[in-house]
Ligand binder design. Structure first.
Ligand code: FES
Length: 84
């Protein structure tokens, strides 16, 4: 049982400190912080912490994180702004 709990805790720590954006060295923790502070699009996250502003390889993951916090409305709002 203890071994299972340690494994779960280790996996939680890993996922909390995972690097999302390799180009800018931004962790998932930092991305989540800026999203929770109001960044509701990939571009807003990039403006706040730099993630997703180089090769773009992490933008899908950032978009997923935005949707987790703000739902799809945040991404739809951004799409309307871009389409306007
Ligand atoms: S990995 Fe994030 S911009 Fe390249």
């Amino acid at each position: 049982m203890l071994k299972l709990l340690l494994k779960v805790e280790f996996n939680v720590l890993l996922s909390e400190s995972m690097i999302v954006c390799l180009c800018k060295g931004v962790s998932s923790h930092m991305v989540r912080d800026v999203i929770e502070d109001g960044a509701d699009s990939v571009e807003a996250v990039g403006s706040a912490c730099g993630a997703g502003t180089d090769c773009g390889g992490c933008t899908g993951q950032i978009e997923d994180m935005v949707e987790e916090v703000h739902g799809t409305e945040g991404c739809r709002r951004h799409l309307r702004v871009v389409a306007a």
